[in-house]
Design a protein around this ligand. Structure first.
Ligand code: ATP
Length: 465
């Protein structure tokens, strides 16, 4: 079978140390992935850029790191226990589990948020028109009717000898914002914010997704970066617009080509929401626009539900109106793994240079996993190797640096281009005499001689930080 575009990315990510399939020696686990050295460096850089813009550079957003386990009632109050599910069908021939709403999308039918009865009616209507939904895996049209499939991942906590009871059931959080709602009162009492203000956190979330092969776009364990903004109801329209612009600008600032992202406006809204837009990215590897980030209004649904189920007073004193109010909320929510995929997809270029192909990841320097690589011209000349090691050690105090003395210089350039390293520095025989090195730029491949004493300053100017 011909390799698909996505297969090309999956094998590139494995070979270049970005992403590995989890538990591979045991046959793997579907929709679970591990991040290798370059993958975690890239992921941390994306996370740091998000945190910097959402928390560090602002005085109205506070950070939080809440636990994955929360009181089980949290998820009853939020509605997740009863209704966080997807419509699942199964192929009777190859037993692949399928998302009915995704299959319907291929016929131009939007079944988002519809009841299972409506989903099955859409399918029956198609059949009546002689149109058959097919299993994408084996092509069979013999599929079960759609049924509700809960996305909640359940576990138990307690001592190993405890009986497993209803009370000991806990859920691995399906989204990180639950922790924000539960800690909102502690944040108010400890940080004394005035409305409007936000709480942001980055952390793991778990969903028992019905899997179509989408690499790290849709995984069962993933990280979210969420910010919940608490405000007076009358401020919602203006602040919502402000956050939409702010999040859009974040992508452009990190080098995103504006023609590759777009807004998707949700028509069917959750009953508590007045506005919901997603930012979508046009992926060459997934073949089309895919949701990356959601920016949604939530009214006072979350705080009123948690107040009702816990009995806690979740109102806060508002200086402006001199009254106690239950704030409204709007959120920005983005998957970190989806951003890794998006930035890889965006940066990935295959170029023709001197009749040879060069794969190069053109990351913004802030995102590049490694900022500079240091090479000795020859690996069997100890004076060059020692000098290059010493230089790498010195620069490591400032930046993420890679030392490489494998293969010839051409191969080393190719390896660094493949992981998107903006600058490569070669120590040669002249270096020993003049204390100068050759620095090569990833995108232009231009080279210049730079004095070692000027290197930190030079790197700062080239990298921009
Ligand atoms: P989708 O429609 O793709 O299932 P969603 O609308 O259910 O996503 P939200 O619940 O709004 O997603 O979650 C917010 C963000 O979290 C998404 O925009 C996405 O970036 C990320 N996310 C959600 N589910 C997953 C997943 N299974 N794997 C990776 N990222 C995810």
């Amino acid at each position: 079978m011909a390799k698909s575009k996505l297969d090309e990315l999956v094998s590139f990510c494995k070979q270049a140390g970005f992403v590995f399939p989890s538990s591979e020696i045991y046959g793997g686990m579907s929709a679970i992935y591990d991040y290798g050295h370059h993958g975690i460096l890239l992921k941390n850089n994306i996370r740091d850029c998000w945190w910097r813009s959402m928390v560090q550079e602002r005085d109205d957003v506070f950070g939080l790191d809440s636990a994955i386990f929360m009181h089980p009632t949290t998820w009853k109050a939020s509605g997740h226990v009863d209704s966080f599910d997807d419509p699942q069908m199964e192929c009777k021939k190859c037993h692949t589990r399928l998302r009915a709403d995704h299959l319907l999308e291929d016929f131009g039918i939007n079944a988002d948020k519809e009841s299972i009865e409506v989903v099955n009616k859409y399918i029956d209507d198609l059949r009546a028109q002689g149109k058959q939904i097919k299993c994408p895996n084996c092509g069979s049209t013999d599929l079960t009717p759609a049924k509700r499939f809960s996305l909640m991942v359940k576990s138990n906590i307690g001592s190993p000898t405890d009986e497993l009871t209803e009370e000991s059931v806990v859920y691995l959080r399906p989204e990180t914002c639950g922790g924000i709602y539960l800690e909102y009162k502690n944040v108010v009492d400890s940080m004394h914010p005035q409305l409007p203000f936000g709480i942001a956190q980055v952390g793991k979330a778990f969903r028992n997704e019905i899997i179509a092969r989408q690499f790290i776009f849709r995984t069962r364990e993933f990280e979210q970066m969420e910010m919940q903004y608490f405000l007076r109801p009358e401020e919602m329209a203006e602040r919502y617009e402000y956050w939409r612009q702010t999040r859009w600008a974040w992508y452009l600032d990190l080098g995103m080509d504006e023609s590759k992202i777009r807004w998707f406006k949700h028509i069917k809204l959750a009953h508590y929401a007045s506005q919901a837009y997603d930012i979508e990215y046009n992926s060459k590897f997934l073949g089309g626009f895919k949701e990356i980030e959601g920016i949604h209004t939530r009214g006072d649904w979350d705080l009123s539900q948690h107040s009702k189920f816990s009995g806690a007073d979740l109102t806060m004193w508002d200086e402006k109106t001199q009254s106690k109010i239950l704030p409204n909320i709007m959120e920005t929510s983005v998957g970190l793994g989806r951003l890794v995929l998006m930035f890889l997809d965006h940066a990935y270029n295959v170029e023709n240079v001197d009749d040879k192909t060069r794969t190069v990841l053109k990351f913004d320097p802030r995102l590049a996993p490694v900022k500079a690589a240091v090479f000795p011209l020859l690996r069997n000349k100890s004076e060059l190797v020692d000098k290059a090691h010493a230089l790498a050690h010195q620069l490591r105090q400032i930046y993420q640096i890679e030392f490489d003395d494998h293969g010839n210089i051409g191969k080393r350039y190719r390896r660094q281009d493949e992981i998107g390293t903006p600058l490569t520095i070669t120590v040669d025989f002249d270096t020993l005499e003049k204390d100068e090195v050759t620095v090569r730029e990833r995108d232009t491949m231009a080279q210049e001689r730079v004095a070692i004493s000027k290197l930190p300053e030079y790197l700062r100017a080239k990298l921009g930080f």
